[in-house]
Design a protein around this ligand. Structure first.
Ligand SMILES: Nc1ncnc2c1ncn2[C@@H]1O[C@H](COP(=O)(O)OP(=O)(O)OP(=O)(O)O)[C@@H](O)[C@H]1O
Ligand SMILES: [Mg+2]
Length: 262
């Protein structure tokens, strides 16, 4: 079972879209796929037509230890794709258990319980550093950092990479990561310049493609299906397919280093 985390401390960069799109591709390929919504806003949960405000059991229950991971799995409209949903209660976790020792490995242990059932797990993180993101990073084999191609988003990326470097100090092995430019519009200067900056600062970790702006992502979310499943030949789907191929084949394990844009 391979676990990928999609994370960035900046909001609205395409994390949830990336999880849904890649998960759709995994399931289409025949992999038994699990997506886990760790964002208290529950965007991924809502994407698949469950209501994070009404849901009875969610990822929150993993942290209270009240139920097994197995009992939290929900069907999606996609064959072989299961969802472990979020509930708004996740927002209270940091206050309740954030400082308690051992709470950083709750998710890793929960996933181990169900590791025989899945080939691939994708974790969707909230856009903030806290106990949920720490759990996700501790459970994962690879981190995918979507970055909107605009200048302000680059600052968010720097923060995220510094977080990884900080986490690294507590691990005996390197957690590889890939930077994925998203919402790229080749007609705008902002996109072109942001991509050049990414190439300058993150050459080693930067995926060599881009996820273009594609209005069909919004339509797919309205339909409750990943765009990669709904319209496999949409521009956005083709880009995520290339990304999936590159990530799946990635043998390199670059060292996490702190980066400063000055
Ligand atoms: N490549 C794209 N082209 C066009 N729209 C996109 C693209 N990627 C994402 N979007 C849209 O941008 C919005 C934000 O995307 P998404 O929810 O995936 O970001 P996020 O990083 O998960 O946000 P949050 O931090 O709030 O969880 C959504 O409405 C989504 O449909
Ligand atoms: Mg999201």
């Amino acid at each position: 079972m391979k676990v990928w985390t999609v994370a960035n401390q900046k909001g609205g960069v395409g994390k949830t879209t990336t999880v849904a799109s890649l998960a759709g591709l995994c399931a289409l390929k025949g992999e038994r796929t699990l997506i886990v919504d760790l964002d208290p806003h529950g965007s991924l949960t809502a994407y698949f037509r469950l209501d994070p405000e009404r849901i009875e059991h969610s990822a929150y229950d993993l942290f209270t230890g009240s139920v097994s991971a197995q009992s939290l799995l929900c069907e999606t409209g996609v064959e072989r794709l299961m969802l472990l949903p979020a509930a708004v209660a996740l927002a209270t976790l940091d206050r309740q258990i954030g400082a308690r020792p051992g709470m950083g490995l709750v998710l890793r242990r929960a996933l181990q319980e169900i590791s025989e059932q899945f080939d691939r797990v994708l974790l969707d993180c909230p856009p903030m550093l806290g106990v949920l993101m720490i759990n996700a990073l501790a459970a994962s084999h690879h981190v995918i950092i979507p970055v909107q191609t605009e200048f302000l988003a680059l600052k968010g990326l720097q923060r995220m990479v510094n977080t990884l470097a900080m986490m690294q100090r507590n691990r005996s092995y390197t957690l590889p990561y890939s930077v994925v430019p998203t919402q790229y519009d080749r007609r705008t200067r902002a996109s072109i310049e942001a991509l050049e900056e990414l190439q300058r600062c993150y050459r080693q970790q930067l995926w060599d493609g881009v996820i273009p702006v594609d209005t069909q992502f919004r339509e797919a979310s309205k339909r409750g299906l990943p765009l990669t499943v709904l319209r496999p030949w949409a521009r956005g789907s083709r880009a995520y397919r290339q990304l999936f191929g590159a990530l799946d084949a990635a043998p390199s394990i670059p060292t996490v280093q702190a980066v400063n844009h000055g």
